[in-house]
Design a binder for this molecule. Structure first.
Ligand code: URA
Ligand code: SF4
Length: 209
């Protein structure tokens, strides 16, 4: 059976030049282009105070994607999402139920740190949303776990409290969205960890991982 490459070679030999111009981009290519855009983005005021943007990281073929709020101090310094205290707790709770951090993809609504970790403004969220939407469209996870109220609102339009939304299943296009408590909330309220873990188990099942 002829491979696609053979067929393309055949056309090339016939002198059909335009075939060469067909540009098949991998997920990595698309994300790299997006990364480069974020690296120089000045669409909102946060570009003036950030050390560096935090694009997101993980498995580009992940069936499960986490979306947090915005980088904090540690993330702003390291350029990686969820690497501070809240991030370490998240990794630990994932490991506890057999999910490897390397198997999922982790991003935030805002790519740049708000000064002193203040709440994101709706203008900033709006400006940055295009990057997150492109990440989601490229990775195409089965399930998105939103961490905290900002990412939950951004992807579900639900304005209720996390207490009432957590563990429920919403949709963003054809992707399921399940809100979770934010790990920073768990640091302040350790008695909510059990609920978080049971929501995470449900997500694991929905994502078939
Ligand atoms: N909190 C978030 O929402 N995102 C991070 O990356 C770190 C802390
Ligand atoms: Fe650009 Fe988003 Fe950073 Fe604002 S937060 S400067 S929109 S990357």
């Amino acid at each position: 059976m002829k491979t696609v490459v053979n067929i393309l070679k055949f056309y090339e030999e016939l002198g059909i030049e335009y075939i060469k111009k067909i540009d098949i981009k991998t997920k990595e290519d698309v994300l790299k282009e997006l990364f480069d855009k974020v690296a120089v983005c000045k669409k909102c005021e946060l570009s003036k105070t950030r050390t560096q943007p935090v694009f997101g990281e993980g498995n580009v073929n992940a069936r499960l994607m986490f979306v947090g709020e915005a980088p904090g101090r540690d993330e702003d310094l390291k350029g990686k999402p969820f690497v501070g205290r809240a991030g370490r707790l998240l990794s630990e709770l994932l490991t506890d139920i057999g999910i490897k951090r390397d198997d999922v993809y982790i991003a935030n609504c805002l790519k740049c740190r708000p000064p002193n970790n203040r709440d994101p403004s709706s203008k900033e969220l709006e400006s940055c949303f295009t990057y997150l939407k492109n990440q989601i469209a490229t990775i195409q996870p089965k399930v998105i776990a939103t961490l905290g109220r900002y990412s939950t609102y951004q992807l579900t339009n639900e304005k209720g409290t996390l207490g009432s939304l957590r563990g429920k299943v919403f949709v963003f296009g054809d992707i399921k969205v399940v809100p979770l408590y934010h790990p920073a909330y768990l640091l302040r309220n350790p008695n909510a960890i059990d609920i978080f873990t049971s929501d995470l188990k449900k997500i694991k099942e929905i994502a078939s991982i």
